[in-house]
Design a protein. Structure first.
Length: 192
């Protein structure tokens, strides 16, 4: 039987031959490419490869060794991994309309404050309300839309009052620095 085994070709691990990797439990011992025998179980080969990696120290000083992995604590949410990936990859603008409208609603005041005309603000608010009405029809499915419609006239008044407050605060800041500049100009141009 030994002679019979010696004459048979023993299949080898093609991956280790292609990559040139060698496995050994000891660093001083010459390494051999592991052979995969047909009668050998796959888990034995995997365990020997893992043992060799542990011996080489491939698993030493891993980032979360002995620590909880962040983001795995909230198992009550079935989409925790999707939300985590979106946060890690900084993906935005993708999701069910109900969630996107809630997020936009939370940031709407800051967005509107960046506009310079009433027409721009009115256009944005009317578009926002139209998207809420469309999402409430549930044509695309998804969670229910709980975002409230915005009163366009009230939002325009709020935008104008915030804008006038910013202008007044900017004017008060420039008034405090104006006397020094005025006296400098007067000196240069001969003013009293």
């Amino acid at each position: 039987m030994a002679q019979e085994l010696a004459t048979k070709d023993i299949p080898v691990d093609e991956y280790t031959q292609a990559t040139g990797r060698k496995f050994s439990n000891e660093k001083d011992v010459p390494t051999e490419t592991p052979h995969f025998h047909a009668d050998e179980e796959v888990w034995e080969v995997a365990n020997s490869a893992l043992d060799a990696a542990f011996a080489r120290g491939d698993f030493d000083n891993l980032a979360y060794a002995g620590k909880p992995i962040p983001g795995l604590g909230n198992n009550a949410d079935p989409d925790w991994w999707v939300k985590g990936m979106m946060e890690r990859e900084k993906i935005s603008g993708v999701g069910p309309p109900a969630l996107m409208l809630r997020k936009e609603d939370a940031e709407l005041e800051a967005t509107v404050d960046g506009f310079h005309s009433r027409a721009q603000v009115r256009e944005l608010l009317e578009d926002f309300n139209a998207r809420i009405i469309n999402a409430r029809r549930q044509l695309n499915g998804g969670p229910p839309v709980i975002t409230k419609l915005r009163d366009v006239d009230a939002e325009l008044e709020g935008w104008e009052s915030r804008r006038s407050q910013r202008a007044a605060s900017a004017a008060s800041e420039t008034d405090s620095t104006t006397p020094e500049r005025a006296s400098g100009w007067k000196r240069w141009f001969g003013g009293a």
